[in-house]
Design a protein around this ligand. Structure first.
Ligand SMILES: NC(=O)c1ccc[n+]([C@@H]2O[C@H](COP(=O)([O-])OP(=O)(O)OC[C@H]3O[C@@H](n4cnc5c(N)ncnc54)[C@H](O)[C@@H]3O)[C@@H](O)[C@H]2O)c1
Length: 346
């Protein structure tokens, strides 16, 4: 069994609460180093998870530790810097969502990865749930027919993350780029990844900062950041080359119920998740099928898939090209909202 040496860049919430606990369960990885611009944070994480080396930057980690791959867990703004440095050093890359803060950064990452010929996978965990994987197989087998319509939402009544997420210079955007990326990515993947061609969208910043009590929020480790210059909700429609459309709505804060779903409609069957229900027809009757699946930890599943791809050379389910295409859709959403009209997606 090959043991992979991993360098983690970014010692914050997602690294400590999702990636590191998943790595700790594996015998085929060894975390050789962790880096954070907040060095005491990297050192504390190293102490907590038994990691031998802690550094204050990605560059120091790349030159000071032996690694096979770099796991990028930093603010969105620096995904591209870290990915490009890692690719130039010949390292494989697992990159947290969103790929980057904008399309230019995403394209520069793709170029660096392809020039260096290193494996790259987007960490988009909602693709890796057992329900999503079952449905993806159904779509791929042709049993749903062509998917021509889809709808997705991740609407939080009050769920704005605290910290850098609301600071445009670090995040690149609000719920579109933070949680829209999850539901749009998953839905597009389940539609069979058609080519996006046009988008019409609106964004709103109407609720902004709030002091509502008794609500649950994701808290970045630097939660004292006070900038709030992103949108707080968005909605729109994305059109695809094959004639399919996807409606989406996303919100960190709005006055309505919490919703989080993906719905796809094909010529032969349709489906919603989560939970997964498949809407079909059998022996002349309508059927609602709820497959019995074991629930899985989506972070463990995505890391498992990445290691599988390193071992086999298989292309990941969420490759660099998908990261770029999703970034094109996100960029199209912001451009359409800014111009107040439908725009083409190049
Ligand atoms: N997959 C998911 O469900 C999910 C959930 C939350 C966050 N995320 C993603 O994870 C990433 C980190 O989010 P978080 O909630 O852990 O934030 P966080 O603020 O808790 O942690 C980020 C860490 O990165 C460090 N950092 C920033 N720039 C750096 C750089 N250039 N080099 C080294 N360290 C740097 C910060 O000091 C901080 O400690 C973001 O891209 C976010 O979108 C994904």
């Amino acid at each position: 069994m090959k043991k992979y040496r991993v360098g983690i860049v970014g010692a914050g919430n997602i690294a400590q609460n999702a990636h590191l606990p998943a790595y700790m369960k594996r015998e085929d990885v060894e975390i050789t180093a962790i880096a954070d611009i907040n060095l005491p944070r990297a050192q504390a994480a190293a102490e907590k998870f038994g990691i031998p080396k802690a550094f204050a930057s990605c560059e120091e980690l790349l030159s000071g530790a032996d690694t096979d791959y770099i796991d990028i867990c930093v603010w969105n703004r620096y995904h591209s810097d870290v990915a490009i440095a890692a690719a130039k050093a010949g390292k494989a890359i697992l990159c947290e969502k969103p790929m980057a803060i904008d399309l230019d950064h995403a394209l520069a990452m793709e170029k660096a990865v392809k020039d260096a010929g290193v494996p790259f996978m987007m960490a988009v965990p909602t693709r890796y749930s057992s329900e999503a994987q079952y449905l993806a197989q159904m779509v791929e087998s042709g049993r749903m027919g062509e998917i021509y319509y889809a709808k997705t939402a991740n609407m939080r009544r009050r769920g704005t993350p605290l910290g850098w997420f609301t600071d445009l210079s670090k995040s690149g955007g609000g719920p579109v780029i933070d949680i829209g990326v999850h539901c749009i990515d998953r839905t597009w993947y389940l539609m069979g990844r058609p080519k996006p061609v046009r988008v019409s969208a609106m964004t709103a910043s109407r609720i902004g900062d709030y002091q509502t009590k008794g609500v649950d929020r994701w808290i970045a480790l630097d939660s004292d950041v006070t900038a709030f210059d992103t949108e707080d909700s968005a909605s729109g429609v994305i059109h695809f080359e094959n004639g399919a459309t996807m409606l989406f709505e996303v919100s960190w804060a709005y006055n309505g119920p919490n919703t989080d779903y993906t719905q796809i409609a094909g010529e032969k069957a349709g489906a919603t998740l989560n939970p997964l229900t498949i809407y079909g027809e059998d022996m002349g009757y309508l059927t609602d099928n709820k497959p019995t699946l074991l629930p899985n930890n989506i972070f463990e599943a995505e890391i498992d898939h990445f290691i599988h791809c390193l071992n086999t050379g298989d292309k990941p389910i969420s490759p660099v090209e998908d990261g770029v295409t999703v970034q094109r859709m996100l960029e199209g959403i912001y451009t359409s909202a800014r111009l107040g009209k439908e725009v083409t997606i190049g």
